[in-house]
Ligand binder design. Structure first.
Ligand code: SF4
Length: 237
């Protein structure tokens, strides 16, 4: 199973590396598919590669990457255990914001990565990733640090680590939000340790399911930004 996911992820990476589906391929040095194990419990999704990432072919390796690494380590996580990627896999020239058409063209790669990895939690880094993954859910200022469930997936929006480089007060907010992420993971671990329900007399035990790892193969139903999701589509904790 694990090697199947690893192989499937490698195939997605190969397609990304040769992709020419949007104009961002014209000025890239190389595409940046993502790094981390296919069995990662946590996935972090940023907006797009920057200059250093474009040069090295790895996401979050510049100054913002150092912030992300320290934040992960502050709650006892190793960066190598996290799968890290971006909404668009090629650097927008001059580090401009990715355009909607570019995010749309690239979206099937991110969908495939999420579907293969099936992480317990997806950390959404910044407003562009938030708009792509939770359209219509609200802004980053209201959602950061909160658990958001849509469909069969659990998300925690966070300010982009680069924002803390330019606005020092956001570092404390990021640190506080990461402590909440630690709490969410601890809750998931506690639920994993709970014994499976006993078998009913003459019947079969209910199938146990990893906490927060739901099994519906259906992709997230996108909600148009102009149409806020109904209560059954979006839950906040
Ligand atoms: S950003 Fe995505 S869609 Fe555009 S060229 Fe790169 S991999 Fe392809």
């Amino acid at each position: 199973m694990q090697s199947g996911a690893t192989d499937a992820l490698a195939v997605v990476h190969e397609h990304i590396l040769v992709c020419t589906d949007c104009p961002l391929h014209l000025k890239r040095i190389q595409a940046v598919p993502g790094t981390g194990p296919a069995g990662a419990r946590i996935m972090a999704v940023g907006e797009g590669p920057g200059e250093t990432e474009d040069r090295l072919g790895r996401p979050f390796v510049g100054a913002a990457g150092n912030v992300l690494t320290k934040l992960l380590e502050s709650i006892g996580l190793r960066r190598d255990d996290i799968y890290i990627t971006n909404v668009v896999k090629c650097r927008p020239p001059g580090n401009r914001d990715p355009e909607p058409a570019e995010m749309e063209a690239c979206s099937h790669f991110l969908d495939a990565q999420i579907e293969i990895i099936r992480p317990d939690v997806i950390l959404i880094l910044g407003r562009h990733a938030l708009a792509r993954l939770l359209p219509g859910a609200g802004g980053i200022s209201g959602l950061h640090g909160r658990r958001v469930v849509r469909g069969d997936r659990l998300y925690v929006p966070l300010y982009h680590p680069a924002a803390a480089l330019y606005q020092g007060s956001l570092m404390r907010t990021l640190e506080d939000d990461m402590r909440k992420v630690r709490g969410y993971l601890d809750e998931a671990d506690a639920r994993r340790r709970q014994p499976a329900p006993a078998a009913a007399p003459g019947g079969q035990a209910a199938a146990s399911e990893p906490a927060l790892r739901l099994v519906s193969p259906d992709p997230i139903e996108p909600v148009p930004p102009s149409a806020p999701p109904g209560r059954d589509q979006l839950s906040l904790f």
